[in-house]
Unconditional design. Sequence first.
Length: 127
Amino acid sequence: MALLEVSNRIKTFVDYTKLSVRKFAAECGLKQPTLDKHIRGTADPNVVTLIGIAKRFPELSLDWLLLGDGNMLKGKSDLETLEDKNTERMMKLIDTIASLQDTINAKNESIATLTERIKQLEARLKK
């Protein structure tokens, strides 16, 4: 039962970070399917998972994560809270930029393919 509670707290924290499970797992050096199993409670969270989360998110209270004691986050000053919000905004911007770059790259590939096809058709017309 205690491990299921840890799984629930991991899910709560993943939701709190507003990261996808895939992104959260990647940032913690974990495999998404493994983290999914821990979150769903179909596999007990292991040491690798807990250490990965603890290293990536030092603001997370391990007392809360492991035992359910106290607050989810370690005590923070207002300045630290503001810095966290700015970091969160920055991460969202980075994700958006990466997504836009992927779209641009895909469009460039399409343009290159179509340009090559046009050249082929023009060459056929000249014959």
